[in-house]
Design a protein around this ligand. Structure first.
Ligand code: BGP
Length: 483
């Protein structure tokens, strides 16, 4: 296969809490991401880790008196090693780096009058380093790391006060970095808000009187994020035309488990509320009709104002980005049994899965790209895609990760097919260019990188970087554009 498209952005993606470490350096506050402990007994096939812990579990970690380990406090020490990492990304041939900014370095309590100068300087240095190395930056403004002081004082995103804090934070950084950062994503995987509310919104079940209140609070938090995002887009227009605003959705494509119309309908209904709903609001600027029925039938209530809806209507995104790892199947039976919780969906006999049950589906990427293009006619960007595997350095200080080469090349091929179908795809950032702490499991050992980082789950190791076989493969692909 020859990849013909010119001016394409190729790179890697990470997030602040999964790489930076230095969790309390130079005024930074603790975030919810760094308060969730590593669970050595976790079940690799379960997706419950994100929703398992209570507010008190998180708070226990503040004085860190127990012997639990908090992997995101150390990350891969990018805070101190970013120059080395960016040099490696450049060496691999990348021309874009997607990263996120820690709110907790800029406004540690959320409501200070002035930003923390040390935090502002750190990111300026990182962006300048990217520029020096010929890389564009795609910046996620919030990637699952609400500062703990904000959740403590305001209870998280279900409180409308948090909208103001976020807008202040976003405005400061847009003004500061408008000439260094071109692509901006207000929220990572905005649809995770209602699936994993503590992770996406910084809210905790125990703060609400009933399960119903908690569910409503998660929809309120999501609405608040939609509004905050639109407001940030509105403000961006007054700051610089260099700022390009997109969205980021965890694109969970599902198929009907068979051709029974009952299941086909259930799949479409799932796709509507798990996927299209989010794009529809951010692209078309309103809550779609099917969602109104869903809210009514599920007794979901949250507060919107006409002023908020007006802002959402008038400030749409300019391009769509999404994460794509896998697909799954939906049937009525499965849905009834799961009671609405279908983060992973069902098995597909035609697909192989990773150790975590993520079903690998390159053709699904072509399907997804075509669908999104047909539905929205906006430029598309794959902001995360990759394979997590348990790996160890061999005697030659490398990893022979042929499975990763296969995973990536098959997805590149299908992306290329979609481009040939006429879909406007303008870039791709793999998850990840370098091993990071896993979001859901908190493990170091669930590795995605082209570059191996010498830390184990307890952060024993040198932290040194080693190129895997896939690094050389990717570097060669960047030169030849041939697979
Ligand atoms: C996405 C997140 C990332 C990330 C990736 C892989 O949902 O945006 O932060 O880590 O998934 O997930 P995990 O690390 O749980 O394997």
């Amino acid at each position: 296969m020859k990849f013909e498209k010119k001016d394409f952005l190729w790179g890697g993606a990470t997030s602040a809490s999964q790489v930076e470490g230095a969790f309390d350096a130079e005024g930074k506050s603790l975030t919810i991401a760094e308060m969730r402990p590593f669970n050595p007994n976790l079940d690799r096939k379960s997706v419950d880790e994100l929703n398992k812990y209570t507010r008190s579990d998180y708070e226990k970690s503040i004085d860190n008196k127990d012997n639990l380990h908090y992997p995101k406090r150390i990350g891969i020490d990018f805070y101190h090693r970013y120059k080395e990492d960016i040099a490696l990304f450049k060496e691999a041939g990348m021309n874009i780096y997607r990263m996120s900014i820690a709110w907790s370095r800029i406004f540690p309590n959320g409501d200070e009058a002035e930003p923390n100068a040390a935090g502002i300087k750190f990111y300026k240095d990182v962006f300048e380093e990217c520029k020096k190395n010929g890389m564009e930056v795609m910046l996620t403004i919030q990637h699952y790391d609400v500062p703990y002081p904000i959740t403590k004082k305001y209870g998280g995103w279900s409180n409308k006060k948090v909208i103001d804090l976020y807008i202040k934070f976003a405005t400061v950084i847009m003004k500061e970095y408008k000439d260094l950062v071109k692509y901006w994503l207000p929220f990572n995987e905005i649809n995770v808000a209602t699936l994993a509310p503590t992770t996406g919104l910084g809210i905790f079940r125990e703060d609400f009187n009933s399960e119903e209140d908690y569910v409503n609070a998660s929809w309120q938090g999501l609405h608040n994020q939609f509004y905050a995002q639109a407001k940030v887009i509105e403000i961006a227009k007054t700051i610089s035309s260099n700022i390009k605003m997109g969205c980021m959705v965890a694109n969970m494509t599902t198929y009907s488990s068979d051709c029974n119309p009952v299941n086909i309908w259930e799949n479409l209904a799932t796709q509507q509320m798990q996927r299209y709903f989010y794009y529809d609001v951010m692209v078309k600027g309103d809550y779609p009709s099917y969602s109104k029925r869903y809210f009514k039938e599920n007794n979901i209530k949250f507060e919107t104002t006409s002023e908020e809806m007006e802002v959402i209507k008038n400030n749409n995104i300019q391009y769509i980005t999404f994460s794509y790892y896998m697909t799954s199947t939906i049937s009525k039976e499965l849905k009834d049994a799961a009671g609405g919780n279908l983060m992973l969906g069902g098995k597909n006999p035609f697909l192989k899965a990773t150790e975590w049950g993520w079903q690998i589906d390159p053709i699904g990427l072509r399907i997804t790209l075509n669908e999104l293009w047909d539905r929205y006619q906006l430029p598309l960007f794959i902001s995360e895609n990759g394979i997590g595997v348990i790996e160890k350095l061999n005697e030659n200080n490398t990893v022979e990760d042929d499975y990763r080469i296969e995973y990536l090349s098959k997805h590149f091929e299908q992306m290329n097919e979609a481009i040939k179908d006429g879909v406007d795809v303008f870039g791709y950032t793999m998850w990840t260019p370098i091993d990071v702490v896993s979001l859901s499991t908190n493990e170091m050992s669930k590795r995605y990188g082209l570059i191996f980082v010498d830390y184990d789950d307890y952060h024993k190791g040198t932290g040194n970087r080693f190129k895997k076989k896939s690094f050389d493969w990717f570097k060669n692909f960047m030169k030849t554009k041939e697979l």
